[in-house]
Design a protein around this ligand. Structure first.
Ligand SMILES: O=C(O)C(=O)C[C@]1(C(=O)O)C=C[C@@H](O)C=C1
Length: 259
């Protein structure tokens, strides 16, 4: 089935509306993944660089699990899709089977734009402690799988800035060209920023977290007011990290758009 949330899916129109539709659809994935991760406590041994939990591997258990999972997914062709960016690209195996030919929408230099390290640090050091309970239930493998789901969804969303930038450039090249030629990051940032859209995004994700995160019962609409993930944290995630990083991706992309 074609993925209606993706501009790389064959036959999908490519314009600012379809790209924004994809960003809206990705909000659901991010929020559901955060809800899933919030089922587990922090489980801090997973993130301990010196836990020694994996014999022969120097690094945290979550690092090991993500690296190994990405290797399997690379073999199945996941990273042939330009919407996907691995967290540990060094030494990833090639696909072992024929993979879909993705339409070439992005300018080739886009491959070199990778914010994975920033996203990794933000997720573990800043975001995670805001929405999971303290504690340790020993469910390390499931917790790490859930972390990876969150990381991949957030990373896909932020790197989607490449498509947002490409579509904005195609729709008004004359507006962007002078700033690109002058390599003026501030002017580009100003051109691609829509404050009203950002306000709407923050309100919408807060509302989605409120709706998706409540228990549904057949007797009453909602059994309790408690949300599985705090809606204000989701709004903050978008305000402080997701939208600013998406804009940084857009600026980096546009700077090289005329190379
Ligand atoms: O919708 C756009 O125009 C975008 O560039 C995306 C986005 C976002 O990340 O949600 C980023 C910058 C804009 O100021 C508004 C929203």
């Amino acid at each position: 089935m074609a993925d209606s949330s993706s501009v790389s899916g064959s036959g999908n129109a490519f314009n600012l509306d379809t790209v924004r539709d994809s960003l809206i659809r990705q909000e659901d994935t991010i929020i559901f993944n955060l809800i899933e991760r919030a089922r587990f406590p922090l489980n801090s041994p997973l993130y301990d660089q010196n836990s020694g939990l994996v014999p022969g591997f120097s690094g945290s258990l979550v690092h090991f699990i993500v690296k190994e999972t990405e290797a399997v997914q690379a073999k199945a062709g996941r990273y042939e899709n330009p919407e996907e960016n691995p967290f540990f690209p060094d030494g990833l195996p090639s696909p072992i089977m024929p993979t879909t030919k993705y339409p070439k929408i992005l300018y080739p230099a886009a491959v070199s734009i990778n914010m994975s390290k920033t996203i990794w640090d933000m997720y573990f050091n800043q975001l995670l402690p805001l929405f999971v309970d303290k504690g340790d239930d020993g469910n390390y493998a499931s917790t790490a799988a859930s972390d990876l789901d969150c990381l991949q969804a957030i990373s896909r969303r932020i790197h989607y800035g490449k498509y947002v930038a490409e579509v904005k450039f195609r729709e008004s090249p004359k507006e962007y060209e002078p700033a690109i030629l002058a390599q003026d990051k501030n002017a580009l940032m100003k051109l691609l920023t829509f404050e009203k859209v950002e306000e709407m995004v923050k309100k919408r994700v807060e509302k989605k977290a409120l709706v998706f995160g409540r228990e549904v019962s057949l007797d009453t609409n909602f059994t309790s007011e408690k949300c599985k993930v705090d809606p204000s944290v989701v709004s903050r995630l978008y305000d402080e990290w997701i939208m600013p990083l998406t804009k940084q991706v857009q600026v980096q992309y546009l700077l090289r758009r005329l190379d």
